[in-house]
Design a protein around this ligand. Sequence first.
Ligand code: KIV
Length: 271
Amino acid sequence: MSSSRVKVIVPHLIERKNASGILTMVTAYDSTFASIVDEAGVDLILVGDSVATVMQGQKTTLGVSMDHMEYHVQMVASVKPKALIVGDMPFGSYQSSVADAVRNAVRLIKAGAEIVKLEGGVHVREAIETIVRADIPVMGHIGLTPQSYHRIGGNKVQGRNEGKQSGSRDRILADARAVEEAGVCAFVIEAVPAELATEITANSGVPTIGIGAGVNCDGQVLVLHDLLGLSERSFTFAKAYSNFRQLSLIAVSEYVSDVQNRRFPDSTNSF
Ligand code: KIV
């Protein structure tokens, strides 16, 4: 499928929203899965900092470094996908100063990302504006921002409460306005009530990409391991379209048994 597809470029994101089309994004962290998801026809491949939890065995995304992200972006970019490559800015790579934010965004672009993503709203406005001024397209990420794990006290649904406190409905609306005004090309909305994501999407001039944010966003994103059923855990917001973990277990167990019983290799695998 990928060879006949047109390469997805940043201007297509807004064109898709204006045409009431829907965007599909999925994570990938290596060349094998990048080529599979690209052939399947996704619009965007997110090299997410979720690499920490699904590949590195960590509890949160906080431990991922710029070196890690650069490495995974390079692997995904090596297959030259038709999908747009989104490079996730890891925790610590844009919070310290706008100069660091630009320097690290440049590193991801040099590694092969075509747009960078960072988490937060009002408080990262200046970082987004500065990266955009450096001519690097930015994707925002509001609602549940997993890099705020310790402040939030876990990965909790946001935007349920009225009031002005962090995580309230008003604060999520303000975050949506802030990232759009700062110049993002699109933004992820994670784990907020579907009706809030619908309101944000209706009022936004750039595409919204939802995860746990209902069906009315301009696009959807899933972590590949959740989509494939590779994860040990299941989440309300995700859907497993396969049971890859079980299939892998069966395949490797058969291999172990074949080797132990001298059924592999047989004459067809031997020289
Ligand atoms: O890192 C990631 O996979 C993400 C998605 C959950 C949007 O940020």
